[in-house]
Design a protein around this ligand. Structure first.
Ligand code: FES
Ligand code: FES
Length: 166
């Protein structure tokens, strides 16, 4: 089966019904995506398929064929620059034990891709499937709001410098 993961094509020889979580971890050696419950209840395994947050423990590998898979390893801008969401996570000191956090970030990233100015209610709804046993929810909310601010500032700065070049 041919998969596209973090914008790289990869050929894997797997049972098409193998959960994508284990294809990502075992066949693609990308271990940032975590196993929590395995039954779709915790969100630790969240990745994106064509930009939509999905639980990879419940997604068969064949469902990802022809789609772009994005994992936590794929959201940084490049090797030297984190995504602004990741920067805001550090700024707000969001993680505690950290186990749930790649799933939290993937859900937050999907939210900000379609809603650049989410309200508290928008955040709570988008993040409702991601459980944090350490209870970092207030910091997650602050991290998402800070990322939204940074992304708007970044867009404004880019528009300004683009205008100055014209
Ligand atoms: S491991 Fe997938 S939802 Fe918990
Ligand atoms: S930071 Fe520990 S489970 Fe979320």
């Amino acid at each position: 089966m041919n998969l596209s993961i973090n914008k790289k094509n990869i050929e894997v020889d797997v049972d098409p019904y193998k959960p994508l979580l284990w294809v990502i971890r075992e066949n693609c050696n990308l271990t940032g995506t975590k196993f929590g419950c395995g039954i779709g209840q915790c969100g630790a395994c969240t990745i994106q398929l064509d930009g939509v947050a999905v639980r990879s423990c419940l997604t068969p590998a064949q469902a990802a064929e022809g789609k772009e898979i994005t994992t936590i390893e794929g959201i940084a801008l490049n090797e030297d620059h984190m995504h602004l969401l990741q920067e805001s996570w550090i700024e707000e000191q969001v993680p505690q034990c950290g186990y749930c956090q790649s799933g939290q970030l993937m859900s937050a990233h999907a939210l900000l891709s379609k809603n650049s100015h989410p309200s508290d209610a928008d955040i709570d709804e988008a993040m409702s499937g991601n459980i944090c046993r350490c209870g970092t929810y207030p910091r997650i909310r602050r991290g998402i709001k800070r990322a939204a601010e940074l992304m708007i500032l970044d867009t404004n700065a880019k528009s300004k410098s683009h205008g100055e070049m014209e």
